[in-house]
Design a protein around this ligand. Structure first.
Ligand SMILES: [Fe+2]
Ligand SMILES: [Fe+2]
Length: 287
């Protein structure tokens, strides 16, 4: 695994492509201000391939990680809301509202399996989780950490219930964050499968297709830039100014809440690793 790869090093060149200086600075600042969360996330993927983890830990990872991704329903909900505003808009720029809805919706094309023979990202995640855990028990709700459920509910409400601009900021940040996270996850998960499972090379490729599909062709980076455009069109159409403090709060809360999920998973790995070392020491002492 490329251990020197940091989340910021991956997202910074893409953030640099954002036309608005204010939005660009707000995005970059969020990653540096939430450095504790970012370090927890990087630490999780650094530790992942270091040991073969218990079934319980792998089930918890598979269930909880899914809850931090796969937000297609929320994307659809946000686009429906934008379309509804455009349909009934009087004196507003309908065309930019419809285009904002369309651009936002385009971030779900790959998830739906358009152009990929309807292989949805949900199906690809099932392949990954089944290869990791050896079955489908991971789908049980009891394996989802409360931190992951809270994160998933926060995303859904932000995009489907809350202020539209906040919803777009949430989707936008999710795309740039995912670009960074999946880039780190791909070598870490590949390493885990290689070291700790008996999967053949083709089976490992199938198991990691979910992650690779987001990294190859810069899928998430392109999604990020398209939501930047959707936000710009929405703000223009609704004559709403960009408020850096509001954007900062969405971005930082995203990282903070996600950091808690990854921190809980990292603590599980640390505890398991420590208890195994303890067992080895006591076995050594008894010998
Ligand atoms: Fe996806
Ligand atoms: Fe995406």
């Amino acid at each position: 695994m490329e251990s020197l790869m940091t989340l910021s090093a991956i997202v910074d060149p893409v953030i640099a492509l954002v036309p608005s200086t204010e939005l660009r600075d707000t995005l970059q600042r969020a990653f540096s201000q939430e450095h504790a969360a970012v370090e927890n996330i990087e630490e999780f993927f650094r530790l992942l391939p270091s040991l073969e983890w218990s079934k319980d830990l792998l089930l918890t990872f598979a269930a909880s990680w899914k809850a931090t991704h796969l937000k297609m329903l929320a994307i659809y909900g946000l686009s429906c809301r934008l379309q509804r505003i455009a349909d009934t808009a009087v004196g507003l720029d309908k065309s930019n509202l419809y285009l904002a809805a369309a651009r936002n919706a385009s971030t779900s094309y790959e998830d739906l399996g358009l152009d990929f023979d309807a292989h949805t990202h949900a199906d690809l995640y099932d392949d990954f989780a089944e290869a990791l855990t050896g079955g489908d028990l991971w789908q049980l709700r009891k394996y989802r950490l409360p931190e992951a459920s809270r994160f998933s509910q926060w995303i859904y409400r932000n995009m489907v219930v809350g202020d539209i601009a906040n919803g777009l900021l949430t989707n936008m940040f999710s795309e740039i964050y995912n670009h960074g996270e999946y880039s780190i996850a791909l070598p870490a998960v590949g390493d885990y499968f290689q070291k700790h499972t008996h999967l053949t090379a083709p089976e490992r490729r199938k198991a990691t297709t979910y992650i690779a599909a987001h990294v190859e062709d810069e899928v998430e980076a392109a999604h990020f830039l398209v939501v930047v455009e959707a936000l710009d069109r929405y703000l223009t159409a609704s004559k709403t100014p960009f408020v850096a403090e509001r954007a900062s709060s969405v971005f930082r809360t995203y990282l903070h809440n996600l950091g808690q999920v990854m921190c809980a998973l990292t603590n599980m790995m640390r505890n398991e690793s420590a208890s195994r070392t303890g067992q080895l020491v006591s076995l050594g002492g008894a010998a």
